[in-house]
Design a protein. Structure first.
Length: 283
């Protein structure tokens, strides 16, 4: 099950949202969420942020109505978004249990923390969404995969979708067991792309290019190809073939990258290793 039109249709326009969102943790990812929410029309006065060390940009939003570190007892949030480090989860989740009301949906973007873990610390009737975003969320180009527990209503799912979609695309799954592979592909995936740019630059230097020029060429090539991929309706394989003239330079390079032990097998091993590690960290 994915974020097709059926899922998007039940989302809540943030510009029309009249409730309260409590954000627990306003660091890099939490800050990106706030920026995205306000950019989509959410009134800052609808946001309560709990953050002991707020960045200047977050603190400045208090002047526009954002409730920064309010008395938790004063909140009756429609949504509680957990954007703290997973290491702090046991303490934080126990504290926010008191914030939940029967209509609240708890949305966690803590890596590795399962629905079962969250359910043990929250009230038994809590509606919970576990989500895995990735770092391009910082520029509104992220992708998040979300899975709800059985208590999430269509309206709560719609609200969660709108909140998560503020930083990019959202995909929904029904099987939480897929989250470890999701973590390995999209959660860790940006690092693989950065490594590609890094390795391409080093290969350029080995081929005789000045290091600064090789770095600029690699960065622009990866960024430009990514943007072309985003905009093009063509299949990825077709885009690759469009760049590859038979017997040409690209074909010579792809003969190496697509060899039996080339990039395809290497990435399969890498994703499998990341998936195994995700399972281990989740306990």
């Amino acid at each position: 099950m994915s974020s097709t039109a059926a899922n998007v249709s039940c989302s809540v326009p943030l510009s029309q949202f009249s409730g309260t969102v409590a954000l627990i943790g306003a660091g890099k990812m939490g800050g990106a969420l706030i920026e995205g929410w306000i950019g989509l029309g959410l009134d800052p006065a609808r946001i309560a942020a709990i953050e002991p060390e707020p960045a200047p940009a977050i603190a400045a939003l208090a002047g526009r109505g954002l409730k920064l570190n309010p008395d938790p007892q004063s909140l009756r949030p429609d949504a509680i978004v957990l954007a703290v480090k997973p290491q702090t989860a046991p303490e934080i989740v126990a504290r926010i249990a008191a914030l939940t009301v029967p209509t609240s949906v708890v949305v966690s973007i803590m890596a590795g923390r399962t629905l079962a873990f969250l359910g043990r610390a929250l009230p038994p009737t809590a509606a919970i969404v576990r989500a895995m975003p990735n770092t391009p969320a910082a520029i509104g180009r992220g992708i998040t995969v979300a899975v709800p527990n059985a208590r999430v209503t269509p309206a709560q799912r719609g609200l969660a979708h709108s909140l998560l979609a503020a930083t990019g695309a959202v995909e929904w799954i029904a099987d939480e067991g897929l989250m470890d592979a999701v973590t390995a592909v999209s959660g860790s995936g940006p690092a693989y792309v950065f490594l590609l740019a890094e390795s391409l630059a080093q290969a350029g230097v080995a081929a005789g290019l000045p290091a600064d020029l090789a770095a600029r060429l690699a960065r622009a090539t990866v960024a430009g190809a990514g943007e072309l991929l985003r905009r093009s309706p063509l299949e990825v394989s077709q885009l690759r073939q469009n760049v590859t003239s038979p017997g040409g330079t690209t074909a010579a390079a792809l003969d190496v990258l697509m060899a039996a032990e080339g990039m395809d097998q290497l990435l399969k091993r890498a994703v499998a290793a990341a998936t195994r590690r995700s399972v281990e960290l989740a306990g």
